[in-house]
Design a protein around this ligand. Structure first.
Ligand code: C2E
Ligand code: CA
Ligand code: CA
Ligand code: CA
Length: 279
């Protein structure tokens, strides 16, 4: 019976990708899910590559669907984005992530130096009110601005680089950290990277994972790290699954790492164990 249930879900998913009608159906489901509180932030540890100590977490959202089980963000974020629901969902996730991190900071002295990263979608980034919303959430949760990091993809910031400079400056004024996500998959120009008030670059996992099989990726990563450091940016590598990848990245002077080698994204209680053990 389980088998049948599974295959039915696959068909449902495929259909979901077809046509406006199904997007509308998922939109209704997303609205319901927001009301029902079915979205749950998971937290993936980010470590200092030098010694493996905890540096912070990235918040990755899961949809705990009553019929479909855990739905991955790759499936619902695009629909939330298309329908505009991402703005409401994004605010909720941001609020929850800041609240959780502030709770840990209050509870564990070692958590005082940690930071929490939250993904910001294209639609959210284009909202004029974004910085105001972020400021309000920092006030209401009590999380120090320096403990929050927003991740915005390279593709999104480069879409309208002139506008992005303004938006990033407004966010930076709050005192938060800014990171350019999926770096290497879009087209950045050095001159803009220099104008963006960003703190970090995150190397896309595709480069990290191909380093072993296609060594030219080692050179790409080396070039990204060197360029980033010359602009005084820190570098995070995502998708680290093997010791070899970790060793290579460390030898290339990458600063921070994240991936299954260290931990999968974890529900709050399990992530808290990580914080506790870092004391
Ligand atoms: P992303 O921001 O690039 O996140 C990295 C993805 O890589 C996550 O997938 C993470 O679970 C996965 N990952 C981490 N370590 C490894 C590893 O060692 N190996 C492999 N193969 N994968 C690894 P996830 O959680 O499915 O999220 C997918 C994307 O959905 C994210 O990509 C992000 O763009 C988006 N997303 C997730 N949560 C949110 C959210 O709250 N808001 C927004 N706007 N987007 C989100
Ligand atoms: Ca991210
Ligand atoms: Ca990424
Ligand atoms: Ca990605």
């Amino acid at each position: 019976a389980k088998q049948r249930g599974k295959s039915r879900i696959v068909v449902y998913n495929k259909k979901m990708r077809e046509g406006v009608v199904n997007v509308l159906a998922m939109e209704q489901d997303l609205i319901r899910a927001l009301k029902a509180g079915e979205f749950e932030p998971y937290f993936q540890p980010i470590v200092n590559l030098a010694d493996g100590t905890l540096y912070g977490f990235e918040t990755l959202t899961r949809w705990n669907h009553p019929d479909r089980g855990m739905v991955s963000p790759g499936e619902f974020i695009p629909v939330a984005e298309e329908t505009g629901l991402i703005v409401e969902l994004g605010i909720r996730i941001l609020e929850e992530a800041c609240h959780v991190m502030e709770g840990w900071r209050q509870k564990y002295p070692a958590a005082r130096d940690l930071n929490i990263a939250v993904n910001i979608s294209a639609r959210q980034f284009s909202e004029a009110a974004l910085a105001t919303s972020v400021g309000r959430i920092l006030d209401s949760t009590g999380l120090p601005a320096s403990c929050l990091k927003l991740e915005i993809t390279e593709t999104v910031v480069m879409l309208d680089a002139v506008k992005s400079v303004n938006q990033l400056n407004m966010l930076k004024k709050l005192g938060i950290m800014l990171s350019i996500d999926d770096f290497g998959t879009g087209y950045s120009s050095m001159s803009y990277l220099q104008k963006f008030p960003t703190d970090q670059l995150k190397i896309d996992l595709s480069f990290v994972q191909r380093m072993e099989t296609a060594p030219e990726n080692i050179e790409i990563v080396r070039a990204i790290v060197n360029m980033a450091h010359s602009l005084r940016l820190r570098v995070v590598a995502e998708g680290i699954e093997t010791e070899r990848q970790r060793d290579l990245l460390y030898s290339l002077q990458c600063d921070y790492g994240q991936g299954y080698l260290y931990s999968k994204p974890l529900p709050k209680a399990e992530a808290e164990e990580f914080v506790k053990n870092s004391e």
